[in-house]
Design a protein around this ligand. Structure first.
Ligand code: SF4
Length: 262
């Protein structure tokens, strides 16, 4: 993982931004949201997780300074300054693996501060205080920065540079993780084993129970595949009522089981 960080150093303005980040880290021992403002909060227990906490500290500092999509893009560069948005802590039990920040989240610097977040919290039966409690809930989109929009005003897909650069290292630095919510097709492609995925998003979500049971092995975090909560999926939700009737009650039970074990 350190090799990964070293290899990416030329694309990070780490040196410019590291000091306040490290000050915040030393105060809090967690990484909260990626907003430039530090939030007050209780320190999570690091007992037994110090090496993972150190690794995550280095990783978070490097991610916050990442300029890969500007300085060495695959295709067109990011059309604006990078602003990675995520929420991480070494003590997190639940990971929400989303798609990429939209324009509102890009502006706020806080994950899911948009109608998708309202719907997602409704699906989970979770208030904002719990959702933004970084000591329990990690939020890591497949692309950490807002990717921009196409000519019709639709958000572009997550930057393809991002997950290969950071994702494995982050996953290895979350030792208490019990459950991953894979939100949308890009998260399915990364977090759901290939042999369990369907031919499309609907087929993959339909296999939610099989995927959960196959990944709930005790060694790694279990995975539940979900559609994206965007309003763009209203028609999908209407067409697939089994999702709200069958998947959501199970999802809530699993989420709260994991969080209450903390
Ligand atoms: S999208 Fe990811 S890889 Fe690209 S600049 Fe942002 S953090 Fe770096």
């Amino acid at each position: 993982m350190l090799k990964c960080i070293q290899a990416l150093q030329p694309f990070c303005n780490h040196a410019r931004r590291a000091s306040p980040i490290w000050r915040a880290i030393s105060m809090r021992n967690d990484f909260g949201t990626s907003s430039d403002d530090d939030r007050p909060g209780d320190h999570p227990s690091m007992s037994g997780h110090e090496p993972a906490a150190q690794r995550l500290m280095q990783l978070v500092a490097a991610m916050r300074g990442c300029r890969l999509c500007v300085e060495k893009p695959q295709g067109a560069p990011l059309p604006h300054a990078p602003r990675p948005v995520f929420q991480l802590s070494v003590s997190a039990r639940l990971l929400i693996a989303g798609q990429a920040p939209g324009v509102r989240v890009h502006a706020s610097g806080r994950p899911f501060t948009d109608p998708s977040g309202v719907r997602l919290r409704g699906w989970l039966g979770m208030d904002e205080a719990t959702f933004y409690d970084a000591t329990r809930v990690a939020i890591l989109p497949m692309g950490l920065c807002f990717p921009g929009q196409d000519a019709r005003g639709a958000d572009l897909p997550p930057r393809r540079e991002c997950a290969p650069a950071w994702r494995d290292a982050v996953m290895q630095s979350l030792p208490r993780l019990q459950l991953v919510l894979a939100v949308g097709q890009y998260a399915h492609a990364w977090h759901v084993p290939r042999h369990l995925r369907g031919r499309n998003l609907t087929e993959t979500v339909r296999r939610w129970r099989e995927i959960f049971e196959a990944t709930d092995t005790g060694g790694k975090a279990a995975v539940i595949p979900l559609p994206h909560p965007s309003w763009r999926n209203n028609a999908w939700l209407k067409k697939n009522p089994w999702f709200e009737a069958q998947v959501l009650p199970f999802l809530r039970r699993q989420v709260w089981r994991v969080l209450e074990e903390t």
